[in-house]
Design a protein around this ligand. Structure first.
Ligand SMILES: C[S@@+](CC[C@H](N)C(=O)[O-])C[C@H]1O[C@@H](n2cnc3c(N)ncnc32)[C@H](O)[C@@H]1O
Length: 285
């Protein structure tokens, strides 16, 4: 296990993933019944943007750094508000020095009866994560293989909730595991929302993944992707993708409003574009 999220925290992929996570959680909060957030590949939960790892790549500068650099139009700002409030609460003096990962973002949005389950396999990252939530009786921290955790935690007793599946893609077969993970969730917790993350280097490498997702014949999915440049070099991270199963009915509309502004802000060249579709494979511009 070589992947450490500290090198990548706050990059453009985190921005889209964490925005979607906040929008899903905010939607769950519209009903009083408690819900559960499950994060199968959680990371450490909080990242020091002044630390060696973040400084080495500087990825956050062209991600959350750009998002915070200037205000957005009021309609986009309203959609980003819960996400940006989480970032602000970790940086109360206004200087961006810490970036909350998905566990802390989710935790900051929970009400008193909601539950968070976070799982991380890397021993050091797990220890940091466990330390972060040591005195929190609403958060359970696990040290399991994420794919095993996914099966063993379903269905949640609240029968409402969201599962984030965000593996590091350092081993072959992660796309196939995403598909079988989604199948497992659909079988055990058909009403739950699932957010699957995937990296995009060469778009054609995703063809089999899209075909496998389509073959699951799921009623309600939303696919969103953000490319920060024209994907001509298959050796770099050109885009970020999310498949969302059982998305809140408001999510597509919110992303339709926010994605053009996010794409413009995060673009590295004029070939940047975004994708939003309820079909898989999604239609690209
Ligand atoms: C992309 S990072 C997670 C980032 C986090 N979800 C966030 O948004 O802040 C992926 C994490 O998965 C962990 N990991 C790698 N293999 C794993 C496995 N088999 N089970 C659980 N966690 C694993 C890595 O150590 C890493 O911290």
């Amino acid at each position: 296990m070589n992947y450490r999220h500290a090198y990548h925290a706050g990059n453009f992929a985190d921005v889209l993933k964490h925005l979607v996570l906040t929008l899903v959680i905010e939607h769950l909060k519209l009903k009083p019944a408690p819900f559960r957030v499950i994060d199968t590949h959680a990371g450490t939960g909080l990242y020091d943007l002044t630390g060696i790892e973040a400084q080495k790549t500087g990825e956050w500068l062209s991600g959350i750094g750009r998002i915070r650099a200037e205000p957005f139009s009021p309609d986009v700002a309203e959609i980003l508000a819960p996400y940006l409030a989480c970032i602000q609460s970790e940086n109360p003096d206004g200087t961006l020095a810490r970036y909350p990962g998905s566990p802390l973002i989710a935790r900051s949005l929970l009400r008193a009866n909601d539950v968070l389950v976070v799982n991380e396999l890397h021993p050091q990252d797990h220890a940091e994560l466990a330390g972060l939530f040591a005195r929190d009786n609403q958060t359970k921290v696990l040290h399991l293989d994420g794919w095993t955790a996914l099966k063993s935690l379903l269905p949640p007793k609240e029968r409402r909730g969201v599962i984030l599946v965000d593996p590091p893609f350092e081993e072959a077969g992660e796309l196939e595991r995403l598909v079988s993970g989604l199948k497992d969730v659909e079988r055990r917790f058909a009403t739950g929302t699932v957010i699957l993350w995937y990296p995009i280097k060469a778009p054609r490498a995703l063809d089999r993944f899209y075909t496998a997702i389509a073959a699951l014949n799921l009623d309600k999915i939303l696919v969103t992707e953000l490319f920060i440049r024209e994907p001509t070099d298959p050796g770099v991270l050109n885009g970020t993708g999310l498949v969302i199963f059982n998305p809140p009915f408001t999510l597509a509309g919110k992303l339709r409003t926010a994605l053009p502004a996010l794409t413009t802000r995060l673009a590295c060249d004029p070939g940047a574009f975004h994708v939003l579709d309820t079909r898989c494979p999604p239609a690209r511009p």
